[in-house]
Design a protein around this ligand. Structure first.
Ligand SMILES: [Zn+2]
Length: 310
């Protein structure tokens, strides 16, 4: 295989630098299977405090054996090293850009826009399938889930949906996003998923083990590893309400992740410093809580809670 101008021979593992205009390159690990097949691209760390995927790919980069593979894997464990080393919530600290909303990028834009340009330019053309690993952010409590696309071409959506079914997450959530690393890939014809596991700026070995199993399951599904994969027991979330803060305030969630809620139930309250009620969040339908903010202080427009129904 050839990636970013580097040739990787069958059975070989190689560290390859992904060039970013006017910035440090990003470090990729390419594994070229002994036999030809599909290429899976897996990215993590788009958001710097979402650690489960980062740790998973760091270990998989060492442990996967290309000699046993039919097809290729390209791993990018640290897509946003700036945010990772700074411990920055959501954004690239240098320019305040949320990389997962910066697609399509700009070759001559800010650092985040140039990174988006470089990622699209190099990864999409190499990928038969792309998976982007996230967690709840450092201020979020989240139940494991996968977002699958509904805004791409029919066949692209269908390939992504079938792959989502082999993942060990309880919820598979319909997504209409278009401007993220995975969702823009879908717009460009690459089947892709966004997998979320963990949160609150933490990671654990059981979460990394589960995330590792999901990457291996995707490889099996794509025929890169032998065996194929059975579909897992999941619930499909067909509608999600993403509630944002009406103002700066103090946030008091009254429910937990994975909690079943009823239409009309109060999910949380936003209050002022002096105790005035700013916003009372009530469920618009019966559903289940996918994630919510745990921070006491929130900015206007920030995510408070997301719940959905099957
Ligand atoms: Zn994220």
């Amino acid at each position: 295989m050839i990636f970013c101008g580097e040739t990787i021979l069958p059975g070989q593992r190689k560290q390859v630098q992904l060039p970013v205009p006017d910035a440090k390159p990003l470090e990729c690990i390419c594994l070229c299977g002994k036999n030809q097949g599909q290429t899976l691209v897996v990215t993590a760390g788009v958001h710097g405090c979402e650690y489960v995927g980062v740790q998973t790919l760091r270990i998989l980069a060492q442990e996967l054996d290309p000699a046993t593979m039919t097809g290729n894997v390209i791993l990018l464990p640290l897509t946003n090293p700036y945010g990772f080393y700074a411990g920055a919530k959501r954004v690239i600290p240098e320019d305040g850009v949320n990389l997962n909303g910066a697609f399509p990028g700009e070759k001559n834009g800010s650092l985040g826009q140039r990174m988006a340009f470089a990622l699209e330019d190099t990864l999409y053309s190499a990928a038969d399938f792309l998976a982007d690993l996230h967690s709840g952010d450092c201020n979020e409590s989240l139940h494991p889930l996968v977002f699958f696309p509904t805004t791409g071409k029919t066949n692209v959506n269908a390939v992504a949906l079938e792959a989502a079914k082999v993942l060990s997450v309880d919820y598979r959530v319909r997504s209409t996003a278009r401007n993220g690393l995975y969702s823009w890939a879908v717009q460009r014809g690459v089947p892709a998923l966004l997998i979320e596991r963990g949160g609150q700026g933490r990671w654990s070995q059981p979460e990394v083990d589960a995330c590792t199993a999901d990457v291996l399951a995707l490889m099996g599904h794509l025929g890169i590893l032998p065996g194929g994969e059975e579909n897992r027991k999941q619930q499909e979330i067909v509608e999600t309400d993403y509630v944002e803060s009406d103002a700066d305030g103090f946030w008091y969630p009254l429910v937990a992740k994975n909690q079943v809620v009823c239409m009309g139930e109060v999910l949380g309250r936003l209050e002022s410093l002096t105790g005035k009620l700013i916003q009372e969040v009530r469920a618009k339908f019966d559903g289940v809580v996918l994630y919510h903010t745990i921070a006491l202080g929130v900015h206007e427009g920030e995510a408070l809670i997301a719940y959905g129904h099957t």
